[in-house]
Design a binder for this molecule. Structure first.
Ligand SMILES: Cc1cc2nc3c(=O)[nH]c(=O)nc-3n(C[C@H](O)[C@H](O)[C@H](O)COP(=O)(O)O)c2cc1C
Length: 390
């Protein structure tokens, strides 16, 4: 597959959006930065890491802290990356790699590549177009977008701009009737699966955000965060604190959509999830934003996929920044990966085009890595791709 496709997907001239202000953002510290510097053409941004410094220049102090921040000392964020970097890859030569196929079937969908956009909160703090802009970018790239419960935009408005499939991530609220209504609303809007986040009974120690005095820009809404809207989100009082395996059963009883659990690291929880009849697992430490010093996700992944043994798909997120990371995740049994901060950086730099460009870079890098490792299809990627696989 030629590596030039990214040029076709992303117009290099349309550096739209990021220079705009949120309509009601105050000059100090909220929403996109007041005076956004110009960026180089998107074609000159060759690696997803090229987006981060540009995004940081364009975001306000508060939005920078939102995107960059993790829990406490941010050790898990660092480990997520270091663990990927420490894995060595094995190359096999003289394999015909003239055709690279990254397509896969996932929970009733045919996807062109195993890269999803992870659910992330408050896109209107990053770009005036909010989640609708992200969905447009996902559509341009052909990527599945998992919309967060902490979206600033209602799902019907996101669905209008989405050219590709949507899943919806749920935070369970104290009022279960409210949650059931949300489920029905996202079903009607065409979401194809629900992702229940289970690693956030309380919010992690977000010191970077606290130091920046994080708050939502005035006028921004959180239509699906009933507890926050009703002041029930403080530590140990929100609906998530009481969530147990019984709620997983309850959720399955109110929807026919596939349900995935996001935030599993322990193989015993993975086994329990299979027993509870869920349709998929996302191995995640919430991008290092919940329990600091929880392990890197790529380190936790092998034991989970071994235990699940193919009964349901296992996905992984946390620190994925390279095509080689995706190859490593596949080698350890992940069906697909999700990325969080990289596409938020793309969104900050160039709106939908930036999101699409980030995905296109990762996709091209994956194809390149598969060719160089001598694995032309996703199913040809197994643990033998890892140099010292145990
Ligand atoms: C700014 C930000 C907001 C996030 N909001 C949510 C959220 O609302 N729900 C959720 O399940 N995960 C949320 N996450 C976690 C992501 O879904 C994902 O697990 C993580 O970003 C993956 O790590 P990465 O950023 O290193 O790619 C958020 C992450 C970031 C960076």
């Amino acid at each position: 597959m030629p590596l030039s496709r990214r040029k076709a997907i992303v117009s290099t001239s349309s550096l739209v959006g990021a220079a705009l202000l949120l309509p009601d953002a105050e000059a100090r510290g909220q929403g996109p930065a007041a005076t956004a510097p110009t960026s180089p053409p998107l074609a000159d941004l060759v690696s997803v890491s090229d987006f981060e410094p540009l995004a940081e220049q364009r975001l306000s102090e508060i939005s920078r802290a939102l995107v960059k921040g993790g829990a406490a000392d941010e050790i898990t964020i660092r480990w997520n990356r270091e663990a990927f970097d420490q894995i060595k890859l094995r190359t096999r030569v003289l394999v015909d790699v003239s055709t690279i196929d990254t397509g896969l079937d996932l929970l009733g969908l045919r996807l062109p590549f195993p890269i999803l956009l992870a659910p992330t909160a408050y896109h209107a703090m990053i770009h005036p177009g909010g989640e609708a802009e992200t969905a447009r970018g996902a559509g341009k790239a052909g990527a599945l977008f998992v919309v967060s419960s902490a979206t600033n935009t209602r799902i019907a408005d996101i669905a209008k701009t989405a050219g590709g499939p949507l899943w919806f991530q749920l935070y369970v609220q104290s009022d279960r009737r409210f949650v059931a209504d949300v489920v029905h609303e996202v079903e009607s809007a065409g979401c194809r699966a629900l992702v229940l986040t289970v690693d956030a009974p309380v919010v992690g120690a977000r010191y970077r955000q606290m130091r920046a005095k994080f708050k939502l820009s005035p006028g921004l809404k959180l239509p699906y965060m009933d507890d926050v809207n009703k002041g029930r989100d403080s530590l140990l009082r929100g609906g998530n604190t009481r969530m147990t395996w019984a709620d997983v059963e309850w959720l399955r009883s109110v929807t026919k959509l596939p349900v995935l659990l996001k935030g599993i690291l322990d193989p015993d929880d993975a086994e329990r999830a299979v027993a509870a009849g869920v349709d998929g697992i996302i191995v995640s430490n919430h991008g290092g934003r919940m329990l600091d010093t929880a392990p890197a996700t790529i380190s936790a992944l092998p034991a989970v996929t071994e235990r699940v043994a193919g009964r349901i798909p296992v996905l992984v997120d946390g620190g994925v920044r390279r095509g080689t990371d995706i190859l490593k995740a596949r080698a350890y049994g992940a069906a697909a990966v999700l990325v969080g901060r990289p596409y938020l950086h793309g969104l900050a730099v160039a709106g939908a085009d930036g999101v699409a460009r980030v995905v296109a870079i990762l996709r091209d890098e994956l194809e390149q890595a598969m060719a160089l490792a001598g694995r032309p299809t996703l199913t040809a990627i197994d643990r033998s791709v890892i140099w010292n696989a145990s």
